[in-house]
Design a protein around this ligand. Sequence first.
Ligand SMILES: [Zn+2]
Length: 166
Amino acid sequence: MQPYYGIDLSKVTYAEGINTGHGRALAYCDRIFFTKPGNLWLDKSELHLTLHEIEHLVQCQQRGRRTFLVEYILKAGMDAMKSRQVDVHDMIDMERAAEAKAARLTNIVWDKIQKMRHMAPVAVPMRCMQGEVFMPTAGGACCTPNYSQCRNLTTGHVTCRQAGCQ
Ligand SMILES: [Zn+2]
């Protein structure tokens, strides 16, 4: 996701299962607090939420931590009027911007994740077909019961020990 954001995401940390006081995820400059564990690689709504919160991190770093407390205060359900520094319109703008960015990016990033999943090397189960015998060679191999012909499970290379088994 790094190319889509103007801040260094490698410094961002997050925590799961956090009671944020209002049941919603919360971002504060370099930290995201999720209320429950999720997997953004498998769950598109979780990805959307994460992208939304990341945009809050960007806003927070751009506007300064103090200004950003505004969102925390409002989300936490505190009486916004208690704090005269709270600019409600500013908060709504940040919320809108975060949602717009997440909406724009979710499908793009999701597609990339799906492509990565296709490219990821598939773990070959160390299992042989019926009638074959497993041989614990490098990469694993499946052989005929008399070991005359073996097929390497990783490379697919077939070796013959007897003439005529090709
Ligand atoms: Zn938000």
